[in-house]
Design a protein around this ligand. Sequence first.
Ligand code: HEM
Length: 392
Amino acid sequence: VLQKNRMRSSRTKNPPPPASNGELRKISVLHLFSNRRVQSFRGIREDEVSRMIRKISKEASSSQVTNLSKTLLSLSSTLICRIAFGKKYDEEDQQRRRFHDLLQEMQAAFVGFFFSDYIPSIGWLDSLNGMRPRLERTCRKLDSFLQELIDEHLNPNRPESMNGDIIDIMLQLLQEQSTSFDLTQDHIKSNAHGSDTIAATIIWAMAALMKSLEAILKKAQAEIRGAVGNKDIVNEDDIQKLPYLKAIVKETFRLYPPALLSVPRQTLANCIINGYDIQSNSIVYTNVWAIGRDPEYWENPNEFLPERCLNSSVDMKQKDFQLIPFGAGRRGCPGYSLVLAMVEVGLANLLYSFDWELPSGIKKDDIDTQVLPGLTMLKKNDLLLSAKNVCA
Ligand code: HEM
């Protein structure tokens, strides 16, 4: 939650020139995450999901346990690297490790305790205890990683895979000077975000399915296999025929929203919310996690029951306030359609291609729901499962 404020104050050397949130948001909505753009990345999504399925299939053939957490985090970061940077890193690629480590460092730095967040007058203690220098160091390293990518994109001999990726689109806007403000390379860098939210969602969905009544998992697999027939991969057209899969995804976002809190808002005037007096200029956070489990809106709120989402008019598109995993209003997540496309195709293929079992000696109740401290609600302990290849 404090990410943006800290990011801003840690990049003191090169802060991007001011642009209103509305202006940057317009770029995201119109150019980066429009439906047309999300569709243009479809080939990348289906390609990477097929690669993941082949890898798990090999593990299944040799009766190896699959570390789904590791596999899905790898899928998620590969997807983001291809979509955002036009880079297809191999699993062991040094640059990919560098990006991954930087994101980890960023997470660790952001969740640390900063005096300045609570008592600004003693914010100098953050420098004394090393927290601020550490954050600044990490920001500088991320900055140079992104600068190298921008420079590679500006090279006329760059690889074709960089055409139409997120950096390329922003560089085009910069060259055309078609934005209503002075877009710079620093704005491009400030648009880089973590990639683990997509993995987090699929991991929680699989954990919830394995912990719940077997009937839910079986029903989901029957729906997919029935609708898709014999194919190598479930593609994104198939997904439209899978209402139960979509209900599972929605229920996962309700119980395990990867972003627990919305971005902070500031009140413009005194107001009363739920009987509490909120003064003007207060910073207000919305607890997305608690809203999804509020018994006033959800029956048996702590239970994973995808049926409740079938034929329900409540959707996640930031307008039904009892389910807002992507926030709502003018700061709502612009990546919504991209995220949903990746989560649905990833989960559908895992359920289509394999039967899933717990590794020997593990019971349903052993699958815990502990969370790793960080900006994303990521399952703390790895999800280990045995995949069985389904013969077509
Ligand atoms: C499962 C995945 C994701 C979830 C659950 C999620 C959720 C959220 C939430 C809750 C917010 C704050 C909204 C608010 O305060 O009203 C947000 C903001 C944002 N998200 Fe996402 N997000 C996800 C993935 C992504 C991805 C992959 C991208 C881009 C590649 C992205 C881009 C953004 C941006 C740019 C904002 C800031 C919007 C603003 O401040 O106006 N998100 N997201």
